[in-house]
Ligand binder design. Structure first.
Ligand SMILES: *[C@@H]1O[C@H](CO)[C@@H](O)[C@H](O)[C@H]1NC(C)=O
Ligand SMILES: *[C@@H]1O[C@H](CO)[C@@H](O)[C@H](O)[C@H]1NC(C)=O
Ligand SMILES: *[C@@H]1O[C@H](CO)[C@@H](O)[C@H](O)[C@H]1NC(C)=O
Length: 237
């Protein structure tokens, strides 16, 4: 008797749930650009692009969940590496495994004078951490900023490091593809330019303080993240 009752109960439950759709989890991880800082000179509520990305993902249905975790001022080779590990570990103990992690970091290291190789090694370490937690990586290049305009001394060196770092990120994505060891490229360096915008007015539309984005800029970032992820997620569903 008992097994039959169980059978009826369990088949009843699964019939109620209908075909189960896979939940796709995305984590936006990084520094102030992920936390959503609008202008470092002003106290304004954060405007995380992940929230915009979550609304865009609704177009694919209700089974895509976007979370975010950004810490302003954070450097890859300092706390960010460890924080990623800690957060993915904690999430996994709650049964949360992210399918995709959008990793946007490195510009603060560059600002502090770190060179391409130091920062890239830190990023590579984080890519590996994400893979260890069964996630795929969206590798994001570091955007141009006010320091990318003609500048001298340390600023010029930083700009060189930023460009070289982006070369390393692109090469990594090309070499490894999107698979278990690779990363999907989101080339913000090219997609959200600063220098090639000809007027200060145009720059101020996208960049508030020469480094952080305006709401319009973050909306664009969210749209670009959506554009690279959409075909991947559609294929997975
Ligand atoms: C979202 O991220 C926060 C901070 O990392 C974490 O505490 C929380 O558990 C996450 N929630 C989900 C549903 O992933
Ligand atoms: C990178 O981080 C490691 C470990 O914290 C440290 O030993 C090393 O000096 C750092 N390198 C740079 C260039 O900051
Ligand atoms: C990274 O920096 C090193 C040392 O400054 C340099 O030799 C190398 O060419 C740089 N890498 C790229 C991809 O530019």
């Amino acid at each position: 008797m008992l097994p039959i009752i169980f059978l009826i109960i369990f088949s009843g439950i699964s019939a109620l749930q209908g075909p189960k759709e896979k939940l796709v989890r995305i984590l936006a991880f990084g520094d102030s650009l992920t936390e959503g800082m609008l202008d470092f000179r002003k106290l304004e509520p954060f405007y995380p692009y992940a929230t915009v990305l979550q609304s865009l993902m609704k177009q694919l249905g209700d089974h895509v969940k976007v979370n975010h975790s950004g810490v302003s001022g954070e450097r890859v080779n300092h706390s960010m590496r460890l924080r990623l590990q800690t957060e993915l570990q904690r999430a996994s103990t709650q049964g949360i495994w992210y399918d995709w992690v959008i990793l946007l970091g490195g510009i603060n290291d560059i600002g502090y004078g770190a060179d391409n190789i130091t920062v890239f090694e830190g990023l590579l370490h984080m890519y590996k951490t994400i893979h260890r937690y069964e996630g795929k990586v969206v590798a994001v290049t570091c955007m141009e900023n006010a320091a990318s305009l003609d500048s001298e001394g340390q600023l010029r060196r930083s700009e060189e490091h930023r460009r070289q770092l982006n070369v390393l990120i692109r090469q990594y994505c090309m070499k490894h593809g999107v698979g278990d060891e690779g990363a999907l490229l989101l080339d913000l360096d090219k997609l959200i330019p600063y220098v090639s915008l000809e007027t200060e007015e145009k720059r101020l539309e996208m960049f508030s303080d020469g480094l952080h984005l305006t709401k319009k800029g973050y909306n664009k970032l969210a749209q670009l993240a959506y554009d690279v992820l959409k075909p991947m997620i559609t294929a997975e569903l």
